[in-house]
Design a protein around this ligand. Sequence first.
Ligand code: FUC
Length: 767
Amino acid sequence: MLLVTVGSAMAPAGTARLWYAQPAAKWEEALPVGSGRLGAMVFGRTATERIQFNEDTLWTGKPHDYVRAGSGDALPEVRKLLAEGKVKEAEALGRSRLLSDPVRQKAYQPFGDLWLDFPGHETVHDYHRELDLDRAIAVTSYRVGTVTYRREVFASHPARALIVRLSASGDGALTARIRLGSPHRDSRVAAGDDATLHLDGSVQPDGLKFAARLQVIPDGGSLRREGETWIIAGARSALLILVAETSFRSYTDITADPAQRCLDALRTLRGRTYASLQEEHTADHQQLFRRVSLALASPEAALAADARPTDVRLKEVRAGGTVVSDPSLVSLHFAYGRYLLIASSRPGSQPANLQGVWNELLDPPWESKWTTNINAEMNYWPAEVTHLTECHTPLFDLISDLVVSGARTARSLYRSRGWVLHHNTDLWRGTAPINNIDGLWPTGGAWLCHHLWEHYLFTGDRAFLAERAYPAMRDASLFFVDSLIQEPTHGWLVTSPSFSPEQGTLCIGPTMDTQLIRWLWQATVEAARQLDRDAGLVTELSGRLSRLPPPLVGQHGQLQEWLEDVDKPNNQHRHLSPLWALFPGSDIVPTDPVVFNAAKRLLTWRGDGSTGWSYAWRIPLWARVGDGDYALRQLSFLLTKRTLPNLFDLCGPFQIDGNFGATAGVAEMLLQSHQRTQDPARTVVIDLLPALPQAWPAGHATGLCARDGFVVDQEWGEGKLTRVTLTSRLGRPVVLRSRSGEVRLETRAGESVALDGSLQLIRSGTR
Ligand code: FUC
């Protein structure tokens, strides 16, 4: 019997830490820790340490319905103008009558700062700071004279707190002043009697209230209050516990008492030691993080690369213009993507927003909200395939809210059943079109539904399908049943008005919308059949599916972006909207060569990316057309042009989607499972190493997930698969495919099967 562990592989040596020989000079160089709900950026400074922190429900605004009064009355006129080809007039009317009220949504906010002053630490020796991705702890250490100082910082999901430990090697050498601050104008800091600091405030008079409490627990030495600070003197070490809460209960209720919540949170932690908090935190993190391991270089090469600080490695690949010279930097970036998702999206938290959970600005770029014409979805691309399915949950919770708030918008603006989401949402679950006419894109909700369905495909969780996924998908489908219009020339059913994100003019029926609606209706039909529900709807959707426009191939052999054949070969726009059905969708596959080749033509035209996320999207797209070298080229550009010293992705400013998109993209280069056999059984086909670039001739990838409940461990050498181990969770059949052939296997739940590089069975057994 072969024993296969699913989910406890150490990251390969040298691929699980970011480290630096100097403190962060600015926020973008600080190191992120997070518990899903809480986030913090650790600067690692010596004389004055800054730990800037966030809580994911602190936003501007208050409960609000964004639909503009009377927008539903103006919609028919906008549609009529579009049908008559009066685009400018349609845009003007759409802008003035259909957009939300107010026209912009609200912004994610910073919470506060923990400041630590260490007198005499201006000049230090042996400085080192690192982010240990395997333990999820940021560590800073240095020497002053003969004393070594060390700080450890983590955000604990189980303890709901930010934990800081200060220590000094000499007995009683630790002296520090501890302060709290906040950028919010309405905020107050006070020192409590009981070795606590209090931070209280509100974002705006009628908006969210917030409170943080810091408990100072020194070991030895003295503790004294001075004004709004506490001073530790002559201690061996100190434990600082920070809790932060807001008055947010739900998007319609902000009446919670944050100070009471803080008291309750601190009470549950009373008497806890640093060791117990740290062990609990690391165990909680590792049961997610250690499920996957990726090695793209030999252990010796990875260790040699890790001997150089992360920012130095980044500068080196930047100078060379490619990451080919440092493959283990890719493993590190991949591991970091998984780390960041664990840190910014845990059950019960808000989903990772444009900056994950990390933001120091009162006015962050694009309000640091959820942009749904690519960015929010990209954040969740790695969730299933890189074995972090639990981290997907906050997105599903968001969708549950949007089903309700989006139903109001569907009713008022479109006079339709079901629910709709346009290209952004915020903490208040805004669903109306915002900002400008490019906001008039009605398929954001359909795209989010794709995540529900993918979760079901990967996990086979029928209860999830019945209770969460299907109701949201059915209602999203109903919205399009009611709201599509008949296109005049062919009578196709299309969206109107719409916009192909984020280019062109206001239009009807852009390709992306049709792809999303086709996918949504097909999946809804499939789900209804599996659940044996809503036979009438199944008939109705099946009938309507044939009335959607077919994929249109234009004069240059390209997949058209619009109903008209107007694509320009030199258009290198950052968005890749008409390629949605190639990735993340999966309706464009090589078994339909005409459309597949047309999609490839369009992808080729689009050239290299520009923003971080636009490079990142190109990685899985090129992987889906089987070109690993071109996928790696995009990853190289991402790492050499759009990556900060702390490996955060840059859109223009920091934006986390590129981190997540690249992580998912690398997984897609190594493993794909979106195709099925053509026979009625529709058996899942798992493609092994489908887009391995020449630059990664040897390596291993363990713990990646495939649809229908498989976990796949692969090893390769000289550019060829040498061994694969497949663990089946659901006992489904599977076709395994590699460049050397394919094999069909029946499996039993819990069984693991090992095959050699020619897909010959080595052995099988039950875990
Ligand atoms: C979309 C993109 C922008 C940016 C913004 C948050 O509008 O086109 O590049 O990523 O979202």
